[in-house]
Design a protein around this ligand. Structure first.
Ligand SMILES: Cc1cc2nc3c(=O)[nH]c(=O)nc-3n(C[C@H](O)[C@H](O)[C@H](O)COP(=O)(O)OP(=O)(O)OC[C@H]3O[C@@H](n4cnc5c(N)ncnc54)[C@H](O)[C@@H]3O)c2cc1C
Length: 418
């Protein structure tokens, strides 16, 4: 199945194998893609510059579509054993308003998880290897190998001892995150873009005894709570990016100041609880959707679309990308469709289905405090569990905003509560 285009990089060692697919990046996008392709008999090389298990800068909420995908792939038991608690309640709090529920979804998913990335990513990688993918850790892809006709035919990289290697494949996938080398080297076009609006900080606390996902919007800030592995609770705070230089000077002081302003009781609990890790901070949260394929290459996960973490959708989207891209590659390489047509369908399908969530995320990243009509709606949701569940389905990547938060629907919820 692999095509044999000649590349010209004579000074570099070449391996003997020619793969169907080389995947750069072995986390939420790369490992499930490798697993799904290898399960279908493709010769897959998966590489990552990281060693596993290892953490990455990210909190870890999986929305219902992610749980559904993992279940479809037969990984539900593996997910359950990763060690994060089952979470079956979301709470939104603002001043005197408290709305709780669980996102309505068509998949019968009744709980989600927020597993630590070192454990979740390792589980995905182990499943890829179990399926037959060849994995190389501490392998840095430095460049792509391009044929005389301009088609990507492989990667050039180096291993831990600096040995430079070239590997070839019919298709090279960039699942290599927000600073994707593959996207940069092929010059993938940016189809949509919105500048990063927030910076965020998070850490882990012991003994907070939290079992719910909590969201606490504030005044141009906000914080969130996610129970995770080993009885720890992740607490994250978002600030406007314009404040980054000021916030970083005393990150923990500013972090606690936001929580103290929004909920003094919880701030007091945090003050007396043990913080088990340092405060992690990040300022680079760009929002973009890229061209997803070209001659000999395709992108998945953050390499293809990156969104502000405020709606916690990147992992869910990376898993869904992996599945849709695997279908395109399998049908394209076995000749069911021309590969370019199959990859074109992948691009259209994914960019269309995530467009509304992209818009919602950009809007949420403005950290605008809820206005009075929104507060009236949220007050009404306190007495309407069915509609509260539909509201949560928007932020959970299940229903697009335009199916739930319409003026008509919101006003009928408000009237129903009156
Ligand atoms: C603060 C923060 C909080 C977040 N919280 C959530 C959340 O709660 N829920 C959620 O769904 N999403 C969240 N996200 C987003 C989520 O982390 C990403 O969307 C997700 O990790 C994307 O997965 P990926 O596989 O595409 O990329 P990544 O997870 O970035 O993996 C890319 C991999 O590629 C490898 N790589 C990169 N370049 C090379 C190279 N040249 N050679 C070899 N390997 C390479 C890297 O080592 C890495 O392992 C958050 C992000 C941030 C920053």
């Amino acid at each position: 199945m692999a095509k044999k285009t000649r590349a010209t990089t004579p000074e570099i060692m070449r391996s003997k194998g020619v793969y169907d697919v080389i995947i750069v990046g072995a986390r939420c996008a790369g490992s499930p893609l490798a697993m799904l392709l290898a399960r279908n008999g493709l010769h897959v090389l998966l590489v990552d510059k990281a060693e596993f298990p290892s953490d990455t800068l990210s909190t870890h909420l999986l929305h219902p579509p992610a749980i559904d995908a993992l279940r479809r792939w037969g990984l539900f038991a593996a997910l359950d054993s990763v060690g994060a608690p089952r979470l079956d309640k979301l709470v939104w709090r603002y001043q005197d308003i408290e709305v709780s529920g669980f996102p309505w979804n068509p998949y019968d998913v009744d709980h989600v998880y927020a597993p630590r990335r070192y454990a979740f990513d390792l589980m995905l990688l182990e499943e890829a290897i179990k399926a037959g993918a060849e994995f190389r850790s501490r392998f840095v892809v430095d460049d792509l190998v391009v044929s005389r006709s301009g088609s990507v035919v492989g990667v050039q990289g180096h291993g831990p001892r600096g040995q430079r290697t070239i590997e070839r494949a019919s298709l090279v996938i960039g699942a290599d995150g927000v600073r994707s080398v593959v996207a940069n080297k092929v010059g993938a076009a940016t189809l949509r873009e919105d500048p990063g609006k927030t910076c965020s900080y998070y850490s882990y606390w012991a003994d907070l005894d939290k079992s719910e996902i909590e969201m606490w919007p504030g005044f141009w800030t906000g914080y969130g709570i996610l129970p995770t592995n080993n009885g720890l609770t992740t607490v994250s705070v978002g600030f406007p990016r314009s404040r980054f230089d000021e916030v970083r000077k005393d990150a923990i002081g500013n972090f606690m100041a936001v929580i103290r302003t929004i909920s003094p009781d919880f701030a007091e609990k945090l003050d007396s609880a043990e913080r088990t890790e340092r405060l992690y901070g990040m300022v680079n949260h760009p929002n973009y959707i890229r061209q997803r394929y070209g001659d000999g290459w395709a992108l998945a996960g953050d390499a293809a679309c990156h969104k502000d973490p405020i709606t916690a959708g990147g992992i869910t989207d990376a898993l869904l990308d992996a599945e849709a891209l695997s279908v395109a590659i399998l049908t394209g390489l076995d000749g069911t469709y021309p590969l370019a047509q199959a990859l074109g369908q992948y691009e259209t399908q994914r960019n269309t289905s995530l467009a509304s969530f992209f818009d919602m995320t950009v809007e949420a990243a403005s950290l605008t405090p809820p206005d009075e009509p929104t507060l009236e709606y949220m007050r009404a949701l306190q007495k309407n569990r069915t509609e509260a569940d539909r509201y949560f389905s928007v932020g959970s990547y299940v229903l697009p905003t335009e199916q739930v938060l319409t003026p008509d629907r919101m006003s009928s919820v408000i009237q129903g509560a009156g």
